[in-house]
Design a protein around this ligand. Structure first.
Ligand code: HEC
Length: 168
């Protein structure tokens, strides 16, 4: 969702932390095991419900447009955008892995991934893909990653949430 006062995307993890702080608990560190576990449990409560992102109000439209621009922006030594692989090359092989299409990705995060041997987040994958093309990975919950997540989640509207998913 987007906070209308700040015009910023509020992710599940940010919302969970603000609830904790309102209730006099310590915020959890983004990317920490406890935060991922809490996010996974909380998101799994919506399993079976369709992703339903509404882009309403100037802050939301701006965040969406920035996320979209970021998705199509070429970056890194390979000069690839996210869309180069996940739209144009979706279904093709890259080093024995089939590249997934953007559509549907957000609905199964946090996901268990065999390569990690653990559950981790959507943004953790963004960092891995940024590294793959020789671009600088950004911080978890940075404005850019949150906007990217917002745009990508909107694309999965209508697809049922299924958390935690499984990926090789
Ligand atoms: C060089 C090609 C390439 C580029 C560019 C790339 N990715 Fe990926 N990405 C992959 C491959 C290969 C995988 C692993 C196979 C899969 O699940 O798609 C992957 C996996 C993912 C996944 C997990 C998909 C799932 O269903 O679990 C996400 C999310 C993702 N990428 C997001 C991004 C984002 C965001 C960007 C841009 C910052 C990006 N990728 C750029 C190749 C790429």
């Amino acid at each position: 969702m987007v906070n209308n006062k700040t015009g910023q995307v509020v992710t599940t993890q940010m919302r969970l932390n603000s609830c904790r702080v309102e209730n006099h608990l310590q915020p959890l560190k983004y990317g920490s095991g406890s935060m991922i576990a809490l996010d996974t449990y909380f998101t799994s409560l919506s399993n079976g419900m369709p992703v339903d992102i509404k882009v309403q109000g100037p802050g939301a439209v701006k965040a969406f447009e920035e996320g979209k621009a970021n998705y199509f922006m070429k970056r890194g030594q390979l000069n690839f955008s996210c869309a180069t692989c996940h739209v144009a090359y979706a279904g093709k092989y890259l080093r024995a892995q089939i590249i997934s299409p953007l559509l549907g990705q957000s609905a199964h995060y946090p996901t268990y991934r065999a390569a990690w041997g653990a559950v981790n987040t959507f943004e953790k994958r963004f960092q891995g893909c940024d590294k793959k093309v020789g671009a600088m990975p950004q911080k978890l919950e940075s404005v850019n990653y949150r906007n990217l997540e917002y745009f990508m989640s909107y694309i999965s509207n209508g697809i049922k949430i299924n958390v935690p998913g499984y990926r090789p």
